[in-house]
Design a protein around this ligand. Structure first.
Ligand SMILES: Nc1ncnc2c1ncn2[C@@H]1O[C@H](COP(=O)(O)OP(=O)(O)O)[C@@H](O)[C@H]1O
Ligand SMILES: [Mg+2]
Length: 257
C-alpha cells in the first residue's frame, strides 16, 4: 500500500484553474521532488493535500484512508507534517515552545488535568519536553532552545519550523521550498538535514524546490507541473532530458536551436 495517493486533483480559485488532474503516489520512506516554474500550482497542491483548501475535484488517500477535505489539524494528527514557503512561526515564542506547542495540540488531558496538574498530565508534560529537546538536538539547535525565534537567523528559523513539523511524529513531511533565501552554507546544511530526516527517521518526504540540482541530488522520483498540469514524472535523468521539461524551464526557442 502506498503511503500517499493523490488522485486527479483539480482546483479552481474563482475562474483560475490552479491545479488540473494532478496525480501522485509516494511510497513509505521515499523522497519525491515536486518542481515547476513559479505559479505552476505546487504550493496549491500542498494546500490541497494538507486540507488548507478542499479540492474542486479529486481525492487524497493517506495510509489507506481518504483524507480529502478534512481539517488541517486532523490531517496533521494522522502523520502528515508540513512546512510553509513563507515561514509561519509564532512571533513571541521561544524555539522550545514552538516544538512543544505542536505536540500539545495532539495530547488528551482534559480541563481538570490542565488545572490541577494530575500525575498523567505531569508525565505527558515531561515526555513532551524530552521529545522536543531530542528533536532540537537532531536539528542542531538545542543551544538556542530558550531564544525567541524572531531574533534568530533565517536558516535557524527554517530549522525551528522543521522541528515543529517533526514534533507530530509524521510519516510524511511536505517541505515547501525549504532553502529559499538561504546562504550557500545554510543550503548545504539544510540538504544534509533533509537527507538525515529521510534516512535516520525513515520519513517519506515530498519536496518543493526550485533548484534543479538539489532536487536531482536528493530525489529518486520527480513530478513536474506547469500551469497546473503534470507534464512529466520519473527519475532525475529522465526528467532532465524530457523535452517538455526543458521547454518549460528554458523556453521553446532554446530547445529548437
Ligand atoms: N489563495 C489563492 N487565491 C487565488 N489564487 C491563488 C491562491 N493561491 C494561489 N493562487 C494562484 O494559483 C496559481 C498557482 O499558485 P501556487 O500554487 O502558489 O504556485 P507555485 O507554488 O507553483 O509557485 C497562481 O496563479 C496563483 O496566483
Ligand atoms: Mg509556491
Amino acid at each position: 500500500m502506498s503511503l500517499l495517493r493523490v488522485e486527479q486533483l483539480t482546483h479552481y480559485f474563482g475562474g483560475l484553474r490552479a491545479v488540473h488532474n494532478f496525480s501522485l503516489t509516494i511510497e513509505a520512506g521515499r523522497m519525491h521532488g515536486l518542481i515547476g516554474p513559479n505559479g505552476a500550482g505546487k504550493t496549491t497542491i500542498f494546500n490541497l493535500i494538507t486540507g488548507v483548501h478542499a479540492p474542486t475535484a479529486g481525492r487524497v488517500v493517506f495510509a489507506g484512508e481518504e483524507i480529502t477535505g478534512l481539517q488541517p489539524h486532523r490531517i496533521a494528527a494522522r502523520g502528515l507534517g508540513r512546512t510553509f514557503q513563507d515561514l509561519k512561526l509564532w512571533r513571541h515564542m521561544t524555539v522550545l515552545e514552538h516544538v512543544k506547542m505542536a505536540r500539545y495540540a495532539t495530547i488528551g488531558y482534559g480541563l481538570i488535568g490542565a488545572f490541577f496538574g494530575t500525575p498523567r498530565r505531569r508525565r505527558e508534560e515531561a515526555e513532551i519536553e524530552e521529545n522536543a529537546c531530542r528533536l532540537l538536538e537532531m536539528l542542531g539547535i538545542e543551544h538556542l532552545a530558550e531564544q525567541v525565534v524572531t531574533n534568530l537567523p533565517y536558516g535557524v528559523q527554517r530549522r525551528v519550523e522543521m522541528a515543529r513539523a517533526l514534533a507530530l511524529d509524521p510519516r510524511l513531511l511536505l517541505l515547501d521550498e525549504p532553502t529559499v533565501g538561504m546562504t550557500p552554507e545554510e543550503l548545504n546544511q539544510m540538504m544534509e538535514l533533509i537527507r538525515r530526516i529521510n534516512g535516520e527517521l525513515g520519513l517519506a518526504i515530498l519536496l518543493i524546490e526550485h533548484r534543479m540540482k538539489m532536487v536531482m541530488e536528493l530525489c529518486r522520483h520527480i513530478s513536474v507541473v506547469v500551469f497546473g498540469d503534470l507534464i512529466a514524472e520519473g527519475a532525475p535523468a529522465a526528467i532532465q532530458n524530457d523535452r517538455r521539461v526543458i521547454e518549460a524551464y528554458l523556453g521553446k526557442d532554446t530547445v529548437a536551436t
